[in-house]
Design a binder for this molecule. Structure first.
Ligand code: AMP
Length: 616
C-alpha cells in the first residue's frame, strides 16, 4: 500500500496501439506489469462467442478472429464516419465500422451470437477497465483514482469522451493529462533544474504525433507551444508497408486481398513486426504461411525501401517541429534538450532527420519511450491525490490551448478572449456591449480559430441572454467568461452586470462530433490568409471608429445642446442623418475599409462644422 494506507492513485497512458499503467510507490514510479508479465498492454479488444478478451489475450486471437477484434479505437474518438481519414482507416481494418447516429462511427461486432455496435469510447472503457484490473492485481487493493493521458491535440469532446470512458470503467478520473506534458514530467523527475531549460518533446506513437516545447525551472513545467497531427504515427507507417505488399500480391499472385479481413490482419501484423526489425536491421523478411487461398507469402523489404515509402510522413514530423518553434517564437539553438517519446521514435530515419534539423545535437533517449507517459501520469496522480512526497511535490505542469477562443462581434469580427497557447487552467473575461438602442437580448457566439473573421473560424456554441433593460446602444454590458479547467475542458458563461441574469454552456457538448483535430489545417489556413485577415482587421478598426463617431455625435447633440439649439433646423437635419447613418451601418456590416472611410468623410463634411461651432 502507499503512504498513509490510502489506495494509490495510478497513471494510465491510453495509447492507440498499447496502454501502460504506473504508480508512484516507495519513492519512485513503478510500471505495473500485466498478467502476462508485460509492461505494456495492447489496446485491443476481441469478442468471442462466449467471452470478451482485452489486451494480450485479444491480440493473440486477432488473426483467428479478425472481424470481431478491435484495435486503434483511439483513432476514431471524436471523428465523423464520413471523415476521409476514418474512411482510409476503415479500408485497412478487419473489423466493420458503420455510420451511426449523427455520422458517429460505430464498430460492428458479433458477440454472443448477436450483432452489437460499440462506440470508440466504449471500447476505450474496456481497455481502461483492463488497466484497472492489472493495477488492482499488482497492488492488492481496489483502485479508484487515476490520471489518464490524451494527445495534446485532442479536442474537448475527445478529452471528455476519454474522461467518460474512465468513469464508465469505474475510475474517479483525477485529471486528463496531455501526453507530452506527462512525458516532460517523467523527464524532469530527476532533473530539478535550477536554471531554466527549454525542452522539446518529440512524441511519435502508434497513432498520433505530438511535439511540445516546454520550459522547465525549479520543478515547474510550462508548455510554451504545441503542434502535431492526430493522425500520424506507427500505424500509418505500417499501412504504407501493407499497401506496398498488397500491390506486390496483385502483381505476383494476381490476388487482391484488400477486403479479406483475416488475411489483411495477418499481413498488417507481419508488417508491424518487419517495421520494428528494420529499426535494427538493414533488411528483413515477411513470411506468412497460407495467407490467402493457399498462397504462402514470402517477401523482403529493406530499410531504405521502408524509408522511401514513408519519407513524406517523416518529413512532416520535422515540419511540425519547426512550426512548434515558430509558434513559441524560439530559435532551434535555444533548445537545450530534444526528448524522444513514443515507440515510433525508434525508427533511425526519424531520429536522423530530427538530429539533422537540430544541427547534429544529441537527442535524449534516456527516458523509456513506451513508459514515459504513464510514468508522468503516475507522478501527477500521486500529487493530485496527496500521495506524492517531497521529491515530486514541486513538479507542476501547465498545459496550453491549441487554438484561440473568442466571441464573434457585429461585422463578423473575431474578438479573441483566450489566445492560442494560453496555459490552463485559466479564466478570462470579455465585456460585450449592446450594439443597438433598446436591445433587450444579447447573443454571444463562441468561436475557435486563428482567422480574423468569424466566417473563417469554427462556431462552438451560442449563449443567449434576454431581459436586458432597454437603453441606448453601448450602455448595457454582458461579461462573457471563458473558463478552461485543468482537464482542458471549456465552459463559457455570460452574465448581465446590472440584473445578474446568467447563461452558461459547456462547450462541445453541443457538437461532440466536430472533427476538431483539423487544428493543423486551420493554422495553415490562417497563415495562408494572413494578408486577407490583415485587410479585415483594418476594416474592423475603421468600422469601429466610424461607429464611435456616429454615436459620439449623437451623444454630443443630445447631451450638450441648449433647448434652442435642439430645435434648430441644423440639429433636426443632423439627427435625421444620424438615424440614416445608423441604419446604413446595420445594412453594411461587411463594408470594406475604403467604403467606410468615404462614409466617414461624407458625414464629417456635413456634421463637423456644426459640432465645432457648438463646442467653441
Ligand atoms: P506507442 O503508442 O508510444 O506505444 O508506440 C507504438 C508504436 O511504436 C507502434 O506503431 C509500434 O509499431 C511502434 N514501435 C515500437 N517499437 C518500434 C521499433 N523498434 N521500430 C519502429 N516502430 C516501433
Amino acid at each position: 500500500m502507499s503512504e498513509g494506507n490510502q489506495a494509490p492513485a495510478i497513471g494510465i497512458d491510453l495509447g492507440t496501439t498499447y496502454s501502460c499503467v504506473a504508480v508512484w510507490r516507495n519513492d519512485r514510479v513503478e510500471i505495473i506489469p500485466n498478467d502476462q508479465g508485460n509492461r505494456i498492454t495492447p489496446s485491443c479488444v476481441s469478442f468471442k462467442e462466449s467471452e470478451r478478451l482485452v489486451g494480450d489475450a485479444a491480440m493473440n486471437v486477432a488473426a483467428s478472429n479478425p472481424v470481431n477484434t478491435v484495435f486503434d479505437a483511439k483513432r476514431l474518438i471524436g471523428r465523423r464516419f464520413s471523415d476521409p481519414l476514418v474512411q482510409t482507416d476503415v479500408m485497412l481494418w478487419s473489423f466493420k465500422v458503420v455510420a451511426g447516429h449523427d455520422d458517429k462511427p460505430m464498430i460492428v461486432i458479433n458477440y454472443m451470437d448477436e450483432e452489437k455496435q460499440f462506440s470508440a469510447e466504449e471500447i476505450s472503457s474496456m481497455i481502461l477497465a483492463k488497466m484497472k484490473e492489472i493495477a488492482e492485481a499488482y497492488l492488492g487493493c481496489t483502485v479508484k483514482d487515476a490520471v489518464i493521458t490524451v494527445p495534446a491535440y485532442f479536442s474537448d469532446s475527445q478529452r471528455r469522451a476519454t474522461k467518460d470512458a474512465g468513469t464508465i470503467s469505474g475510475f474517479n478520473v483525477l485529471r486528463i493529462m496531455v501526453e507530452p506534458t506527462a512525458a516532460a514530467v517523467a523527464y524532469g523527475l530527476d532533473k530539478m533544474f535550477s536554471s531554466e531549460r527549454n525542452v522539446l518533446i518529440f512524441d511519435l506513437g502508434g497513432g498520433t504525433f505530438d511535439v511540445s516545447l516546454l520550459t522547465m525551472a525549479d520543478g515547474t513545467i510550462k508548455v510554451k507551444s504545441i503542434a502535431g497531427d492526430t493522425h500520424l504515427g506507427g500505424e500509418d507507417f505500417d499501412n504504407r508497408m501493407v499497401n506496398y505488399f498488397l500491390e506486390e500480391l496483385k502483381r505476383k499472385h494476381k490476388k487482391d486481398i484488400s477486403n479479406k479481413s483475416r488475411a489483411l490482419r495477418r499481413l498488417k501484423t507481419a508488417c508491424e513486426r518487419a517495421k520494428r526489425n528494420l529499426s535494427f536491421m538493414a533488411h528483413t523478411t515477411i513470411d506468412i504461411d497460407g495467407l490467402y487461398n493457399g498462397i504462402d507469402f514470402e517477401s523482403k523489404i529493406s530499410r531504405a525501401k521502408f524509408e522511401e515509402l514513408n519519407m513524406d510522413l517523416f518529413e512532416k514530423c520535422v515540419e511540425l517541429v519547426e512550426k512548434c518553434l515558430k509558434d513559441a517564437e524560439m530559435d532551434k539553438t535555444s533548445i537545450q534538450d530534444v526528448v524522444l517519446v513514443g515507440g515510433s521514435t525508434r525508427i533511425p530515419k526519424v531520429q536522423q532527420l530530427l538530429q539533422d534539423f537540430f544541427d547534429g545535437k544529441e537527442l535524449c533517449k534516456n527516458i523509456h519511450p513506451d513508459e514515459a507517459i504513464a510514468c508522468g501520469a503516475a507522478v501527477q496522480a500521486a500529487n493530485l491525490s496527496g500521495q506524492g512526497n517531497h521529491k515530486i511535490k514541486g513538479l507542476i505542469s501547465h498545459d496550453v490551448t491549441p487554438l484561440s477562443l473568442g466571441v464573434g462581434l457585429i461585422a463578423g469580427e473575431m474578438s479573441v478572449v483566450v489566445p492560442r497557447n494560453t496555459n490552463f487552467p485559466t479564466k478570462k473575461q470579455k465585456e460585450v456591449f449592446t450594439a443597438r438602442d433598446n436591445q433587450t437580448s444579447i447573443s454571444s457566439y463562441v468561436y475557435e480559430g486563428e482567422r480574423a473573421t468569424i466566417s473563417g473560424n469554427t462556431l462552438l456554441s451560442k449563449l443567449w441572454l434576454s431581459g436586458i433593460p432597454r437603453s441606448p446602444r453601448g450602455v448595457q454590458k454582458v461579461g462573457v467568461c471563458f473558463n478552461i479547467d485543468a482537464d482542458g475542458i471549456l465552459s463559457v458563461s455570460s452574465e448581465h452586470e446590472s440584473t445578474g441574469k446568467k447563461s452558461s454552456v459547456t462547450i462541445r457538448n453541443v457538437d461532440p462530433m466536430r472533427p476538431k483535430e483539423e487544428i493543423t489545417r486551420m493554422l495553415e489556413e490562417a497563415e495562408r490568409h494572413k494578408s486577407e485577415d490583415e485587410r479585415h482587421k483594418n476594416r474592423f478598426v475603421v468600422r469601429n471608429s466610424l461607429e464611435n463617431y456616429i454615436y459620439g455625435t449623437r451623444d454630443t447633440i443630445s447631451t450638450k445642446r441648449s433647448a434652442s439649439e435642439l430645435s434648430s433646423p441644423d440639429t433636426k437635419r443632423i439627427k435625421d442623418e444620424i438615424k440614416n447613418a445608423i441604419q446604413w451601418l446595420d445594412e453594411n456590416n461587411f463594408a470594406e475599409a475604403d467604403v467606410l472611410v468615404n462614409k466617414r468623410k461624407e458625414l464629417e463634411t456635413s456634421w463637423n462644422p456644426f459640432i465645432t461651432k457648438g463646442s467653441s
